[in-house]
Design a protein around this ligand. Structure first.
Ligand code: EPU
Length: 435
């Protein structure tokens, strides 16, 4: 059990290298189940969600060698078809083994995910898509079992009340690669992570057209082979460092990024007063004065990403003026608001919106991360606040940010990871694990 001890920091200076995208590698690891041949993935971030997916693959009978950022996945003739509850309950993204297991083994079993801390997260679109391909779906005793002797391509309309589904699209695309005939996914998610999966599937021998757009056509093939792939940069990690620089001031260069994946954030940060320049695969962010409030609405890609909503709320908490944040993906993803208010922010909720009245200063306080992005938002707020902030729930942040403390301290931030002896926070026995 760890906590972060955070002190006021900034301005930030230096260079930070962005890691591979967690949300790209998770479905790509699942896609490795579509063949018995080995695949090699490079630039894989060392975060706990990746370890969880690796454990799920191992449980299914797949060998996975982890050598730093390089993973070799050897499915061989794996025999498992059920993802273990113990791991699935830790990570909802485990649902993306459904499509590949169904296509390759004719059967897949995953425990039914419930709601989670960022709100209701139904999987009706995943199931609708797999059923359209010919799968029988049973939900019993808290488990989803999907079965099919053969899958047959068909047009599938995959829009839900909140638009497209990233992992729902992934599941259907993966299953369709080995279906008979042609599948057309209408209202496919367009996120760069879906394109990355489509690139990997293509490298495995799948036939896909239209990836990155809302209509994706998949022509089924008899078999897929192993492939090598370099995971794309994590646009959410990059966005987090951009927001940190804009909030704390300074001059930071991010290396290994794809600026074209960050258009909506770049636009909002410029509107707020930050200076952003692009060069090859680098982005330079400069901020010399307090930022102006802006309004932000989260939307599917290329709109403003919901995964940057919480960090952006932390930025607006200290901006000049009033900004309105509207969530169009997860109407209840506002767990960070009450914690930010404990630090002196003035944020009120109105349905799926947060009205953020910028204040000149925040003050450090003990706060708790409830999920990955809420956690990192509180960390940024702590770096901007007067005094010290004790942030518990670091395990949420470790799910998706690689070497975050090292990267932040490299830019001049004061943040330490401290082991807490027990869940009650026996501070007396705590010892520092270093910056
Ligand atoms: N939805 C449905 N039915 C479904 C699936 C989704 O109504 O069957 C709704 C959701 O409730 C939500 C919207 O559709 O309102 C979009 O959800 P989506 O399915 O796209 O989310 P996801 O694929 O489960 C991925 C990311 C999330 C990210 C969302 C939205 C991964 C592993 N997870 O989840 O990332 O917030 O897309 O962009 O790729 C995070 O990294 O912190 C994170 C939560």
């Amino acid at each position: 059990m760890d906590k972060f001890v955070v002190r006021r920091s900034g301005p930030l200076h230096g260079t930070v290298r962005i890691s591979g995208a967690k949300n790209a590698v998770l479905p790509i690891l699942a896609a490795c189940l579509l063949t018995d041949e080995p695949s090699v993935l490079n630039n894989v971030p060392q975060v706990t969600d990746v370890s969880t997916m690796v454990e799920i693959l191992r449980h299914l009978g797949v060998e996975v060698d982890v050598a730093g950022p390089r993973l070799t996945v050897r499915p061989g003739r794996y025999t498992g078809s059920a993802a273990p509850d113990e791991w699935v309950s830790k990570m909802r993204a485990s649902i993306c083994v459904l499509g590949p297991l169904l296509a390759r083994r004719g059967r897949a079993e995953v425990s039914m995910p419930g709601g989670c801390v960022i709100g209701a997260r139904p999987i009706d679109l995943h199931l609708k898509g797999l059923q359209a391909l010919g799968a029988q779906v049973q939900v019993e005793h808290g488990k989803i079992v999907v079965k099919a002797d053969r899958l047959i391509g068909t047009p599938i309309h995959l829009a839900g009340a909140f638009g497209s589904s990233v992992l729902g699209t992934d599941n259907v695309l993966m299953a369709a690669t080995l279906a008979e005939g042609t599948t057309v996914v209408e209202h496919a998610a367009c996120e760069p992570e879906v394109v990355a999966l489509a690139e990997f599937l293509t490298a495995m021998g799948a036939e896909l057209q239209g990836m990155g757009g809302p209509l994706v056509r998949v022509t089924g093939v008899d078999r897929l082979h192993g492939a090598a792939y370099r995971i794309i940069p994590d646009r959410i990690e990059a966005g987090t460092f951009m927001i940190a620089t804009a909030l704390l001031g300074g001059d930071v260069t991010l290396e290994g990024v794809r600026a074209e994946h960050l258009g909506a954030l770049i636009d909002k940060l410029r509107e707020a007063g930050a200076e952003i320049t692009k060069r090859d695969d680098a982005l330079r962010v400069r901020a010399t004065r307090r930022l102006r409030a802006v309004d932000v609405t989260t939307l599917p890609y290329p709109g403003f990403p919901t995964d940057l909503q919480a960090p952006m709320t932390a930025l607006l908490a200290l901006a000049e003026g009033v900004g309105v944040i509207t969530e169009k993906i997860y109407a209840d993803r506002f767990m960070h608001v009450a914690e930010l208010n404990r630090m002196g922010a003035q944020i009120s909720r109105e349905g799926a919106s947060a009205i953020v009245k910028g204040v000149p200063r925040l003050s450090g306080a003990p706060v708790a991360a409830t999920d990955l992005r809420a956690g990192v938002a509180l960390l940024l707020a702590g770096l901007a606040a007067e005094g010290e902030t004790d942030l518990s729930g670091t395990e949420h942040i470790d799910r998706g940010y690689e070497r975050l403390v090292d990267k932040l301290t490299g830019l001049g931030c004061s943040v330490r990871r401290v082991a807490v002896a027990d869940a009650a926070g026996d501070a007396a026995a705590a010892h520092s694990l270093g910056a």
